[in-house]
Structures are given as structure tokens and as C-alpha cells.
Design a protein around this ligand. Structure first.
Ligand SMILES: Cc1cc2nc3c(=O)[nH]c(=O)nc-3n(C[C@H](O)[C@H](O)[C@H](O)COP(=O)(O)OP(=O)(O)OC[C@H]3O[C@@H](n4cnc5c(N)ncnc54)[C@H](O)[C@@H]3O)c2cc1C
Length: 377
């Protein structure tokens, strides 16, 4: 018997949909409100670490994810210059345990589509074009306002509404994303057959030039540079700048450049970080995923942490008879240290790149975090 019967969820990202599926499996009446008009996700790729794959298996979508994505082991490090010499091949830790690949690259809209279909199959109700704009807590109910209109009341509101969370603001938490000083172009391109795992170039005009396969045919490529305000640029200008900057890199970048010329799908994003350091709930409203914490994708743990938040919260909602302080204490004890370890390490790795620190033990820090993540959340 779950501690809640009727739940509203803000957002339609991985955190929201994992929580929705798990609650619906328990027979909870779940209503998802998403401000976008339809199910779209930024058309780039994502790297899912083993612990994210383990979480997706628990949600029940691992077979579909494996079918659509590109599983890989290890990271190839190359240097700029003619021939793109391979400097080393690093093994990646299996943070999901031996049953899953170390990581899997995927086209984001495919992941969103799989989760949405699974949620629909469990009977979750979705409303698009539905922005949560207000809430009030009365006794054991949360009254919700969507697009300025009341939409009824719920036992719990899960704010999985991302980096710039409205729910976070509505419950008075004023910790939010801060820029880390890095920005990245990302492009969705075709996969040259020689690329069978993530590869990264260090050195040259940007901090990192890399790419990750997302299927037999496709991969996403990225250039991480000092953050610039590039908001005024058109898609074509982004593609041109990414093309010109990438000229320092040989090997698979030649194929990427050909795609940038013909079918540019490029976006530019700043990296941010934040962590709500104490309770993520106020009464019967809680924030999870990027609403509660964000980090630069230097160790690609953002989605994994968002999924783990959803799974731990829904597990506790199943095992507790009531939505009281005991549940929240257990939730925070299990989630805060883990999210903090990821945010701190991700920021540190990025900062070492910004500082050009040649002696930093990047591998050691990444291995230490991976060992933590290998222990189930
Ligand atoms: C450049 C970049 C690269 C990244 N690469 C990786 C990677 O390779 N691997 C990885 O694991 N992580 C990566 N991340 C991080 C990862 O994308 C996030 O951690 C993850 O998507 C967070 O999921 P979420 O469900 O919490 O939020 P989101 O996916 O942001 O979903 C939030 C949803 O809420 C909706 N919403 C917002 N406000 C409202 C409202 N008021 N009412 C209703 N709906 C609302 C939004 O429209 C959105 O659909 C990357 C991040 C960046 C910036």
C-alpha cells in the first residue's frame, strides 16, 4: 500500500517519467504536466552510465533502450594534429555492475519516447502545454495551478521540472544553477565505422573535442570551450563556428565536418552546477533530478542521478505507510551524499580543465566516483 494515491508530476524528462512509471505500477493515479506542447527532447545524444542503465532496467525499459542505443566499453583519448594519434585507451568502470555495459550512447528523443510509451502503458495521464504556475498546501493536499487555472488537488507534487524549476521557486528554495565557465556545442552526426566507443581529444583550441556513438548509424559530437554568449547566433552560424573550431582535429572529425556542412543540427549550452544542500521537500512537494542538482557532464552522471532520485523516492513511497518526516529523512540520507559526490567531482574535473592543470588526478577522481556509483542507490 503506497503512502500516496494521487500524485502530480511537473515535467516530462527522465526523472519525471521514471517516477511516473514506478508509481503507476503501484496503482497510484499519476498526472504528468509538461509545459512544452509535445513530447520533444533536444535532438542531441546522451551518454547513460551503467548505473543509469541499471535504473532503466528497474523501470522496465532496458530491452528497448539496448535495442535503440549503442553500448560501449572504454574511452579512447586522442591528440590533435595529423592522423589524430591515439594517446591511450582507458577502461570504463561498470557502475551498473557486470550485467550492463559500462555506458550506452543514445539519441535523446529515443530515450524520451521509450519512457513515454512505458508510462502510457501503465496508465499515466499526460497533459502537454501545461505549465505549473502555482501551488498551495492545505493539510494533506497540494492544490495545483496549471497555466494560471486550478486543476485539483493531489497527495504529492513531484517537481521534476529541470534546471530552471518553477516548483523549486514556488516552494521557496533559492539555490539554483550557476555557470561553471564552460560551454559546449553539440551536433548530431553520422557515425564513421571506426568509432566504436566514446573518444575525446585533449589539447588544441578547446578543452575537449569528443564524440559518442548513439546507434549503428549516428553519434553526437561536442566541443567544450570557455563559455561565450552565443545566444544571438543562428543554427547555421553555430554549425559554421563548430566546423571552423574543429579544424584542429583530424581523424573522425573529418567525417563530422562533412555532416556539419550538409545537415547542421547544432546547439550550444552553458554548463552549470548546483545542489540543494538540505531538504529537497517542503511539506508534500519535493524536487528531484536537475531541479535539485546539476553538474557539467564531465562524468556524464546527470541522467543517472535523476533516475536514481526517482527510484529511491518511489521505493520509499511504496515502503512507507505515510508521507511523513521519516520518509523524507530516509530520502535525503540516501540521495544527498550521492548527488553531492557527483556534483563535486564533475565540477572539479571541469575546473581542472579550465585551469589547465597538468598534474590533476582526473582518472583517480573519476574512478573513486564510479566505485561509489557502482553500489546501488
Ligand atoms: C550540454 C549537456 C550535456 C549533457 N550530457 C549528459 C550526458 O551525456 N549524460 C547524462 O547523464 N547527463 C547529461 N546531461 C545532464 C542531463 O541532461 C540532465 O541531468 C537530465 O536530463 C535531467 O533530467 P530531468 O528529468 O531532471 O530534467 P529535464 O530533462 O530538464 O526535464 C524537465 C522538464 O520539465 C519541463 N518543465 C519545466 N518547467 C515546467 C513547469 N513549470 N511546468 C511543467 N513542466 C515544466 C521542461 O519542459 C522539461 O521537459 C547533460 C547536460 C547538458 C547541459
Amino acid at each position: 500500500m503506497a503512502a500516496v494515491k494521487k500524485v502530480a508530476i511537473a515535467g516530462c524528462g527522465v526523472a519525471a517519467m521514471a517516477a511516473a512509471i514506478q508509481l503507476a505500477k503501484l496503482g497510484v493515479d499519476v498526472h504528468v504536466f509538461e509545459k512544452k506542447p509535445e513530447l520533444t527532447a533536444l535532438g542531441s545524444g546522451i551518454t547513460l552510465q551503467g548505473n543509469a542503465l541499471r535504473a532503466l532496467d528497474e523501470v522496465g525499459v532496458w530491452t528497448q533502450v539496448l535495442e535503440k542505443g549503442y553500448p560501449a566499453e572504454g574511452l579512447v583519448i586522442r591528440a590533435p594534429g595529423p592522423g589524430a594519434p591515439v594517446v591511450m585507451s582507458l577502461p570504463e568502470a561498470k557502475t551498473g555492475g557486470p550485467d550492463y555495459p559500462a555506458s550506452l550512447g543514445m539519441y535523446r528523443p529515443d530515450l524520451t519516447g521509450i519512457l513515454h510509451a512505458a508510462a502510457m502503458a501503465q496508465g499515466v495521464t499526460f497533459r502537454f502545454d501545461a505549465e505549473i504556475t502555482g501551488l498551495a498546501q492545505e493539510g494533506e493536499r497540494v492544490e495545483l495551478v496549471v497555466n494560471g487555472e486550478p486543476v485539483g488537488d493531489f497527495d504529492l507534487l513531484i517537481g521534476a521540472d529541470g534546471l530552471h524549476s518553477t516548483v523549486r521557486e514556488l516552494i521557496g528554495i533559492d539555490v539554483g544553477p550557476q555557470r561553471t565557465g564552460m560551454g559546449a556545442w553539440r551536433a548530431f552526426v553520422s557515425r564513421p565505422s571506426e568509432v566504436v566507443s566514446s573518444e575525446a581529444f585533449y589539447g588544441g583550441p578547446v578543452y575537449i573535442a569528443g564524440y559518442t556513438p548513439t546507434s549503428e548509424d549516428a553519434m553526437y559530437a561536442f566541443l567544450v570551450e570557455p563559455a561565450h554568449d552565443r545566444s544571438a547566433l543562428s543554427d547555421e552560424e553555430h554549425a559554421r563556428l563548430m566546423y571552423e573550431t574543429s579544424l584542429a582535429y583530424d581523424g573522425p572529425w573529418n567525417s563530422i565536418r562533412a555532416d556539419l556542412l550538409t545537415s547542421p543540427q547544432v546547439n550550444y549550452t552553458w554548463f552549470t552546477s548546483h545542489l540543494v544542500p538540505d531538504a529537497w521537500n517542503r511539506g508534500r512537494v519535493v524536487i528531484i533530478g536537475d531541479a535539485a542538482h546539476s553538474c557539467p557532464p564531465t562524468i556524464a552522471q546527470g541522467a543517472a542521478q535523476a533516475l536514481e532520485d526517482a527510484l529511491v523516492l518511489t521505493e520509499l513511497l511504496e515502503s512507507h505507510d505515510e508521507l511523513g518526516q521519516a520518509l523524507w529523512d530516509e530520502f535525503h540520507a540516501r540521495r544527498l551524499p550521492r548527488a553531492a559526490a557527483v556534483v563535486e567531482a564533475s565540477v572539479q574535473v571541469g575546473q581542472w580543465q579550465i585551469d589547465g592543470d597538468q598534474h590533476a588526478d582526473v582518472g583517480g577522481l573519476m574512478f573513486a566516483v564510479a566505485q561509489k556509483m557502482a553500489v546501488p542507490a
